[in-house]
Design a protein around this ligand. Structure first.
Ligand code: CA
Ligand code: CA
Length: 211
C-alpha cells in the first residue's frame, strides 16, 4: 500500500468493484447449491426455520451457522439486504431471492437436506457477511471524509445527468479507474431495490445513509 490517501472517487470505484467481484463469487455459489443432487428449496428453508414460523430470523441463522465466526451486526445487515418488506426476517420468497431460485419452481416435500447443500449454503451466507463487512468498511471510509456529499458522489457516476445509474454509466466510471466492467449488471442487481435495473438516487442514498 502506498501512503497516498485514496480520493472519494477512487474509494467509490473500489466500492463498486468489490461488489462486482464478490457478487460473481456468490452467484457461482448459488449455482452450486442448486446443482447439488437432492437440493430442495422448501426443505432447506424448513431446516433453517426451526419452529416452522414461515420466516427465518436472525436467531435461526445464528443457530444454523453454529460455530462459524462472524459478527452478529454483519449478519443482521446481511438479512437487511434481502429483507424486502423490512420485518427483520426472511420469508420464503426473500430466501429464494437469496439463493437465486425461482419460487415458482418449488416442489413439495420435506426431504432430508444433503450435507453438501448445508455446507454450500453456509459458505454462501459467510460470503454474504464478508461482502457486508468489506463494503461497509469502504462506505464508512467514504462517509468519514468531511468533503463527501451523497449527491456529488452520485453525479460523479451519473456523468450524463440521467438521474439514475445504469450499466453504461457505471461501466464508464469503473473504466476511468481501470477496473473491470464485466460485472456491472451484477453490481446493479445488488443495489437495485425496486427491480428496474437502475440505481436511482434514493437507492444510492441507502448505501451512504448516515446512521
Ligand atoms: Ca422480510
Ligand atoms: Ca432501481
Amino acid at each position: 500500500m502506498s501512503s497516498h490517501e485514496k480520493s472519494i472517487k477512487e474509494l467509490l470505484a473500489l466500492y463498486f468493484n468489490v461488489i462486482g467481484e464478490k457478487e460473481t463469487e456468490i452467484d457461482n455459489q448459488r449455482f452450486e447449491i442448486q446443482s447439488i443432487d437432492g437440493f430442495n428449496a422448501v426443505s432447506l428453508f424448513s431446516l433453517i426455520d426451526k419452529e416452522s414460523k414461515n420466516f427465518i430470523s436472525l436467531k435461526d441463522l445464528q443457530f444454523f451457522l453454529g460455530k462459524a465466526s462472524y459478527k452478529d451486526e454483519s449478519l443482521r445487515m446481511f438479512i437487511h439486504c434481502f429483507d424486502k418488506n423490512n420485518d427483520f426476517a426472511l420469508d420464503y420468497v426473500e430466501f429464494c431471492n437469496l439463493i437465486g431460485f425461482n419460487p415458482e419452481n418449488s416442489s413439495e416435500g420435506e426431504v432430508e437436506v444433503p450435507e453438501a447443500v448445508v455446507n454450500s449454503f453456509t459458505r454462501l451466507i459467510l460470503n454474504e457477511i464478508d461482502l457486508v463487512d468489506v463494503c461497509g468498511g469502504i462506505a464508512s471510509e467514504i462517509k468519514s471524509r468531511i468533503d463527501f456529499t451523497t449527491y456529488e458522489a452520485f453525479l460523479e457516476i451519473d456523468s450524463q445527468g440521467k438521474k439514475y445509474i445504469d450499466a453504461e454509466s457505471l461501466s464508464s466510471f469503473l473504466e476511468a479507474y481501470n477496473f473491470e466492467t464485466t460485472n456491472v449488471e451484477k453490481i446493479i442487481w445488488r443495489l437495485d431495490t425496486d427491480g428496474d435495473d437502475r440505481i436511482s438516487y434514493e437507492e444510492f442514498c441507502i448505501i451512504f445513509s448516515p446512521h
